[in-house]
Design a binder for this molecule. Structure first.
Ligand code: MN
Length: 414
């Protein structure tokens, strides 16, 4: 593990955006359009301005990539360039004589609005937490035989909806749809079982060609970075519609992501071993090395009527049974190609303990055990006006790399 670096910028001890992180995002300021930035402490480095004062001298980067309203064209330059940009910034932030210090192309986060970091072409959602899949199987199918026969042989997933992926801070309306009461015909109306799903998403940084699978060994070359991902779910709509082709309108109305994309390079020190996979997987899903990441995750609910926030779940990305390399290898093994900006989400990340479950469905066990909030109220599922906040960070040897948060309020149905 590398030593702690010293920067000339004042950064709070517990900041997610330490000198070791330097995530990329898209921001705007009043009167100035969307552009690319890097987070450091409470500040955003305006990359185009940084380039204009010579921070990236000799790197031959087309400055247009920093002026676009999405990161796609920057990411498409390849890891060689994107990681060199991050390393150059890291160096300059530690160098007292840097033009970054002299010309100060920095914006305070309070003065900026964050936007969707990438134009998402395709979005796939996996189902890769064994604890989550087991809990759902116990509730809806067979308590003694919760996992379906395919689950330990392949990372189950479905094609989601890219158009409704939104950035933190954007509120959503409770969706309407068709549901089926136990004792009557289907009805139409607002979902009565609104839920979050605690997930992480990874963003594709390199395209593959149609017909060419990506191996587990090369998979991480195709991953630019990660975000927090709240995969909003309407459980009652989902329950009625999902047979036999899987999730549809119960999922497609919105998914919220955190605005800062944390690179795989920044997550490198936090690699850990994944769970033992038994039965043995087929050769194309075998992998070597540490492919899981130790990322602490947390979900909070803030009701509309109070300022009190309750932590309802604490989980960790390291629990994932299927890792990102396996997900990508499986996704492409049939020759399906991937593009820069594609989003792959993990599926709900639940841990073993009941307070580490990643959805209200599991936390309240389908509504049987209401969750108590600090203001004295109870939740089986989400109420109108509830704000859901997800946070994530890695910490090791005094070095912290975090994701900030994804926050979104559930408004009443339109
Ligand atoms: Mn999901």
């Amino acid at each position: 593990m590398s030593d702690k670096l010293n920067t000339w910028i004042k950064i709070q001890e517990n900041s997610d955006f330490s000198i070791h992180n330097l995530p990329f995002g898209i921001f705007s300021t009043p009167g100035k359009s969307k552009r690319a930035g890097v987070a450091i402490g409470e500040f955003i480095i305006d990359l185009k301005q940084a380039q204009s004062v010579g921070v990236f001298s000799n790197m031959m980067i087309d400055s247009n990539v920093f002026a676009n309203e999405f990161l796609n064209s920057f990411i498409a330059l390849g890891k060689q360039t994107t990681s060199a940009v991050r390393e150059r910034l890291q160096k300059q932030l530690c160098d007292e004589s840097s033009p970054l210090k002299e010309f100060n192309p920095l914006v305070h986060m309070d003065d900026a609005t964050m936007h969707l970091p990438v134009k998402v072409g395709d979005y796939t959602d996996f189902y890769s937490s064994i604890e989550h899949a087991t809990n759902v199987g116990k509730m809806f199918r067979d308590p003694d035989n919760a996992l379906l026969p395919n689950w330990k042989h392949l990372p189950v997933g479905y094609h989601g909806r890219a158009s409704s992926i939104i950035v933190s801070g954007q509120d959503i309306h409770r969706p309407k749809g068709q549901t089926k009461p136990n004792d009557g015909p289907p009805v139409f109306g607002p979902s009565q079982r609104m839920d979050f799903e605690l997930e992480m998403g990874f963003i594709i940084g390199k395209e593959s060609q149609l017909g060419d699978p990506v191996s587990t060994e090369n998979a991480e070359d195709y991953i630019f970075g990660m975000v927090l991902f709240n995969d909003w779910s309407a459980r009652d709509i989902q329950k009625w519609e999902y047979v036999p082709l899987g999730p549809f309108l119960g999922k497609s109305f919105a998914s919220s992501i955190s605005p800062w994309v944390v690179t795989l390079e920044a997550l490198e020190p936090f690699r850990v071993e994944g769970p033992n996979q038994n039965p043995k997987v087929l050769p194309y899903l075998e992998y070597s090395g540490l492919k899981n990441y130790d990322i602490n995750l947390e979900v909070q609910i803030e009701p509309k009527t109070t300022n009190s926030t309750t932590t309802v779940s604490k989980s960790n990305f390291k629990y994932m049974y299927w890792n990102m390399a396996q997900q990508l290898a499986h996704h492409t093994v049939n020759g399906c190609n991937i593009n820069v900006g594609d989003m792959m989400a993990s599926g709900t990340i639940s841990g073993k303990e009941p307070d580490s479950y990643g959805s209200m469905l599991e936390l309240s066990w389908a509504g049987k055990n209401p969750v108590k909030l600090n203001d004295g109220s109870e939740r089986k599922f989400l109420d109108d006006g509830d704000t859901v906040i997800m946070k994530g960070y890695c910490e090791k040897n005094g070095i912290r790399v975090g994701f900030g948060e994804v926050r979104s309020k559930l408004l009443p149905a339109k």
